[in-house]
Structure formats: C-alpha cells, structure tokens
Design a protein. Structure first.
Lengths: 313, 436
C-alpha cells in the first residue's frame, strides 16, 4: 500500500471558496427578487446580462492567458451579480458588458486574480461605466411603471425629506438601482451571511453606524431622526455596507481594521453625499477605502502573544 | 476568573470511534524495536549486544547530558543493534528484541519509605532512571523539566485536554487508572511545592471527569478544571492561558510565567516509577480513523511496530491514504509501518483518501479566517505571502517563530492554502539565516 507523506494538518474544514461564493449569491437573491418585482423584467435581463458577461470575460481571459479555468470558483458570478444589481434597469446592454469586461479583466484578472485585486471589481466596473457614459447610469425607472423618475436621494440633495414613506423605503417600493431598493431584503441577505460565518458583522455595523451617527448630528432638515433613517434606507448604502465593503480581497483581515474600514466607508459616503457631484457616494467611498486596506492591516496587526499592553507579560 | 485562549477551531472530534472497547487490550508483540532516541536531547548509547538476554524493565541504553535511559519492554533476546526507521522519518539506532513471552521483569531499586519522606533528589533520580519523558508528544525529559521548575512555579498543571480529534489515550487512562494520575501529581507537588495543582480536561470527556471527581476528595489541594472543548486547548501555551490568564512569551518556557505542564500519562508513569519501581515500558495508544477496521485503545509495549498495532485493530481499509503518528492536526504521516511506537506516541491514526480536503490550486481569498483562528495572534495569510516571496525580514517582524504549527489556520482556510507546510519551511529559512 502506498502511503501519502504530507504536512499536517491531515484534515480540513468544510469551508470552500466556491461554497462561500454560492452563499453570497443566495444572500443577494431576496434583494434581486424585490428589484425585479418593483422595476420589472428588464431589470432581471440587466442582471443576467451582467452575470453572463462577467463569466464570459473571465473564461475568455483564462483561454487567452492559458491558465486553468478560474470561473469554477464562482467569484466572477458574484462580481457580475453585484455589478448588475448596482445598475438602473434602463442601462444600455453594451454598457453592462463593457463594465463587466473592465471589472473582470482589468480590475481583477490583470491584478493577479481572486484575492489579489486592490479594488472591488464590481464597484470599479460601475465607476468605469459612470465615467464613459454617465447618461446611461442615471435614468432611474419609477417603482412599478418604467417611466424614469427621481430617486429618494435626489430629493435629499435639495435638501428635503423624500416623498416616499419610510415603510416603502424599507420594503423597496421606490426608485433606484435594481438591487439597492429593499433594505429589508438586503438585511435578510446580510443576516444569512453572518449566520453562515461568511462575513463578520463588524464592517457593515461600523459602516451603517457611522452613517447613522453622522446624519443624525449633521441633519440637513429639522427632523434629524427621520433624516438619519432616510439616509440609511436611501441609495446604495445598505448594499454597499453589507455586500461591497465586506468583499474579502478588498477589505482588512484584522478585527480592529474591519471596524476602522467600516467607519471610513461611512464617513466618506456622507462626505461625498453632502459635498460631491452625485447624490450618492457609496461607490467612491468604498473604492477609496479599498486603497487603504494594506495600511490598515499593517497598523492594526494583533499584538504579539505574550506581550500584553504596557510592556512584557 | 475565567480565561480563554485566543482563536482556535472546532473540528469534528470523532472520539467516540475509539472508546467502545473496554477493558483495554494488551498487545504482546513477537519483536520490539526500541530506538535509542525517544526524547528531546542527546541519544542513548546501547548497553546490550546481539545475543544478550534481557529482562523487561532492564536498562538497555543510556547517555550523558540531556538524556534519559531506555528499557527493554519485553523479556527476550537481543537480535539486532542497528539503525532502524523511526517515526521522525530518519533512521535511528535501535535495539531489537525477540520476545520470549515470559515477561520476566526487573524493577528499579526504590526506597520503601512513603513519598512524603523521600528527598527531592531521590524522586528526581527515580524519574530519570525510569526513562520518563513528556508523553503528550514533546518528549522532554521529565526529571529535567521538574528540576528546572523547582522553586519557580506557582501552578502545576496535569494536561488531559487531548484536544486533537480521534485521540482518546489520555481519556482512557483517566477512565481506567485515574488514581495513578492523581498519585503522580502528589509526587510532583511534594517536589515542586506549587500553590496550585490543576488537572485540566475538556468537557467532552464526561466519563473521565466523573471518575476523577469520585477520587478528588482523597486528594486535597488538587483542582479539577473542566474547560470548554476547543482546539488547540491542549497546546501548552494555550492551556496555561486558559487556566491562569498568563501568556508565555515567544521563545520562552512555561516556567517563565510560573507554570509547569505535564501530560496525564506522564504523571501516571511518574507514579509507576516512583512508587512501584516500574520503568516506562508501555503506554496507552489510540488506533483510530476511518481507515482502520476496529478503532480502539491498546496497552502497548514501547517498540511495538505500527504494523502490529494495525493488525491487532483489524487492518487497514483498501482506500487508506495516510497513517499518522499522532493526531490529524499535528501528527506526522508515516511511509513505513515498521516504525515502532515510542514513549511519546499517543496515537496511530489511519485516514482514507479524500479526507484531507487539499485543493489542487490553493488560492488566498484574504477572507481573514486564518487570522481569527490563530491562537498565537499571528496573521497566517501574510506569513504565507512573505514566505513565498522569501522575505525573511517580514517573517521575522510578523513573529513566524511564535507559530506552534497547530494547523488551525490551514484547517479553516477556504482556499486550502498549505499554510503549515510553508511555515515549517519559513522557520527553517529563519533558523538557517540566524546560524550564518
């Protein structure tokens, strides 16, 4: 009998990359379902186009550079799904494809592939799309019928409280990007990921907590609490905090670092919302924080074992 | 005050597999191969020649310095004195004895006075002469650890955590001979005079805990501590932290924080040596895993081959992939089943193909699960990256040498990186760079 001699450990846990990616996809489905329900079948087509474009981009890239087929880890499906869900249902198809090619090929694969990229591929893809064709990214269909309308965030720029009720905002009966409208569905997905131990609650909690505190203190209306709630429920902050800021490759690995990172994302989001050119600031807030991850990790590294605070043990 | 160690994991323990067969069966092998090195330190020199008749318990090897003797574990005839395969992977000088199965035994000359009236020297010398080493895996000479702890410790710890999956050797010992362990603790309490003496066990050993609880009233001053099961609780530094809150700094020994840790099997061996005059010639070994027909614990003579043990346990499955000396998390995979059980071997673990879960193309996702799992507060993903890049400066800065190779990071890694394997290589590089 030929026995294998290899390094310990000789057993491993059940966590696998492709299972984690499947969990993220499952966690996104409720938000996608609400998006399709509210904004119509076009939105499903947009998201499907996005996923297929991401898959094909990575598959073709692997063929060209003659590497093994990395689509099997399913991470490109997550990228395509996430990118698609940040788009309005009226986005042109060619733009969706261009965004995914950029996200997968330039941002992910050319930076070394899974786990090596500095910037979140889905958000970088979205930023790229806004750069090359802003008009295609900013026409939002109204809830239920497909006439373009202003999102709640557009009201808030004025500044004024949106006309939509808080309940509609929470459930998702509002205008906006396909996957961002239902806070409830996103929170359900987030809870699933925390329960499955795919993500830690630290980053989303720090992110949303910072947004809450800042909007409460710096309310632009006479109703700070309402302003805070609308700020949390409007725009892409839920989707960003739960699904984008927790992206493994582009967020810190230390517990303390994840908190700092979440606070940074939240603060920048509000900064961009209040002073930026666009009503929303989530995309650029997270992309900017992506660039700080290595520094955060380095300065939040755990202390050495046996060296408690205040010198030697 | 409750303390807990950092990180850790909850693997599937599979301990019930090997606890069914009682009482424990004793294996009487045809031949034994007794290596001259079964401890950390200088090897023994053989004291016998081919053709000599030896008795069980007779000293057949000894040496100078950091060294404890080895003894014949059966009576019979020496048929070879030559290098033989050893669980360490190297060939080691060994005395091969053909068993005459009479078990004619010679004991150590010990005092008949009660332990409380004996001098420290007398007791330490008996521990040395019995060839006692740390039986939890490290195999550090017992008398030396005791000697270097004298006057410096406040807490004496008996380690029965046995946190590695599958292994139930210490558990079996506590279920069958708990009084030997407690008596052994009394002996070292007499020598080391610690303020606290703790028997630490994880809460997945209900029977053992019950047996010890029954006896405790007769052993005033010994405290039983039942810890929540989590790997690697039984690692020395982690156990000390769980029990006392103290962290043993990198590169230092438990005595630096006033603790001494011995495995429960070591305590039982100390009792048998000091009170019964019996050298260390046998131990309990778990033979388990999905690839073995009848998993169980055996009382095994030192020098019995893995092959004999496996045969006694009903043999290997056709799809066996690995036979491991020790546990699945930290044990050493063996290529040659002729290797003998040594004093520190607590388990022969047989695993099937595909149980390892390794991936062909390991990829780091940066998920950070390894950071959360590391009980030594290291950042395995960065150590891995810098090891691959040969960046010794960063490996030093990130304290690679603190790594205890427990495998928690590799176990938990969804990308299936060969973390421990690379860390061993990285440590070797650091050691080589230092010695230059």
């Amino acid at each position: 009998m030929k026995l294998t001699v290899a390094s310990s450990p000789h057993i491993r846990g059940n966590f696998r990359t492709n299972r984690i990616m499947l969990d993220v996809v499952l966690a996104l489905l409720p938000a996608l379902a609400v998006g399709v329900l509210v904004h119509g079948w076009m939105s499903l087509l947009v998201v499907l186009t996005s996923v297929i474009a991401a898959l094909l981009s990575e598959y073709v890239y692997c063929l060209i550079v003659r590497s093994r087929d990395t689509t099997l880890d399913r991470s490109c499906i997550v990228t395509g799904l996430l990118l698609g869900m940040t788009l309005p249902a009226t986005v042109p198809v060619w733009l969706v494809i261009a965004g995914n090619v950029f996200a997968i090929v330039v941002v992910k694969c050319l930076c070394g592939g899974l786990g090596q990229n500095i910037f979140n591929p889905a958000l970088a893809g979205r930023a790229f799309m806004m750069l090359i064709y802003p008009a295609g990214m900013t026409r939002y269909p109204a809830a239920v019928d497909a006439v373009s309308s202003a999102t709640p965030l557009h009201h808030m720029v004025m500044p004024a409280l949106p006309e939509e009720s808080l309940l509609d905002m929470f459930l998702g009966r509002i205008s906006g990007s396909i996957g961002e409208v239902s806070a409830l569905a996103l929170l359900i997905g987030g809870a699933y990921l925390v329960w499955r131990k795919v993500i830690s609650i630290r980053t989303p909690a720090a992110y949303l907590g910072t947004v809450a505190v800042l909007t409460l203190i710096f309310s632009k209306t006479g109703h700070p609490v309402l302003w805070m709630l609308y700020s949390l429920l409007g725009g892409g902050v839920m989707l960003g905090a739960i699904f984008m800021a927790t992206d493994y490759a582009t967020s810190p690995v230390t517990a303390k670092g994840q908190l700092i990172y979440g606070v940074g994302c939240g603060a920048l989001t509000i900064l961009f919302r209040y002073f930026g050119l666009y009503p929303e600031g989530v995309t650029y807030a997270i992309l900017l924080m992506n660039a700080t991850v290595w520094v955060i990790d380095r300065y939040t590294a755990p202390r050495r074992f046996g060296m408690k605070k205040g010198g030697a043990a | 005050m409750k303390h807990l160690f950092f990180g850790g994991i909850h693997p599937k323990y599979n301990k019930e597999m090997s606890t069914g067969v009682t009482p424990l069966r004793t294996i009487i092998p045809e031949t034994v191969v007794i290596p001259m090195q079964q401890h950390i330190g200088a090897p023994c020199q053989p004291l016998v020649q081919v053709g000599d008749r030896v008795l069980r318990g007779q000293k057949i090897g000894d040496g100078e310095g950091l060294c404890v003797p080895v003894h014949a574990s059966v009576s019979g005839t020496v048929v070879a004195v030559e290098p033989r395969p050893h669980v360490s992977g190297r060939d080691v000088m060994a005395v091969v004895i053909e068993n005459d199965k009479t078990d004619e035994t010679v004991t150590l000359s010990i005092s008949d006075r009660p332990v409380a009236e004996r001098s420290d020297d007398e007791i330490l010398s008996a521990i040395r002469e019995a060839g006692i080493v740390g039986m939890g895996g490290a195999a550090f000479p017992g008398n030396v650890k005791a000697l270097t702890s004298m006057g410096k410790i406040h807490t004496l710890i008996a380690n029965a955590c046995e946190c590695e999956p599958y292994i139930t050797a210490d558990d079996s010992l506590l279920r069958t001979e708990p009084e030997h362990v407690l008596e052994g603790m009394q002996i070292l309490r007499h020598v080391l005079k610690p303020e606290h003496a703790i028997l630490a066990v994880e809460d997945n050993k209900a029977d053992a805990i019950a047996r010890v609880r029954e006896l405790l009233p007769d052993y005033e001053g010994i405290e039983l501590r039942v810890l929540p099961t989590r790997y690697p609780q039984g690692a020395e530094k982690q156990l000390i932290m769980s029990l006392t809150g103290h962290e043993v700094p990198g590169g230092q020994l438990p005595v630096s924080v006033g603790c001494a840790v011995f495995n429960v099997s070591t305590f039982a061996a100390i009792y048998r040596a000091v009170c019964l005059g019996l050298p260390l010639t046998q131990r309990i070994v778990t033979v388990s895993g999905e690839a073995i027909a009848e998993p169980q614990n055996f009382i095994v003579r030192i020098g019995t081959s893995f092959h004999d043990l496996i045969a006694e346990a009903g043999g290997l499955h056709d799809r066996t992939e690995r036979v491991i000396c020790g546990g699945p998390m930290m044990g050493y995979a063996q290529s040659d089943l002729a290797v003998p059980i040594v004093k520190a071997t607590n388990s022969v673990l047989c695993l099937l193909k595909d149980q390892n879960g390794a991936a062909e193309n390991p990829v780091c996702l940066r998920c950070g699960k390894c950071v959360a799992a590391c009980p030594m507060l290291l950042q395995p993903l960065y150590l891995y990256r810098f090891e691959l890049a040969n960046d010794l400066k960063e490996l030093e800065r990130l304290n690679l040498m603190d790594c205890i190779e427990c495998g928690s990071c590799a176990f938990t890694c969804p990308g299936k990186l060969p973390l421990v394997e690379r860390f061993r290589k990285g440590k070797q590089k650091l050691r080589e760079a230092k010695s230059k």
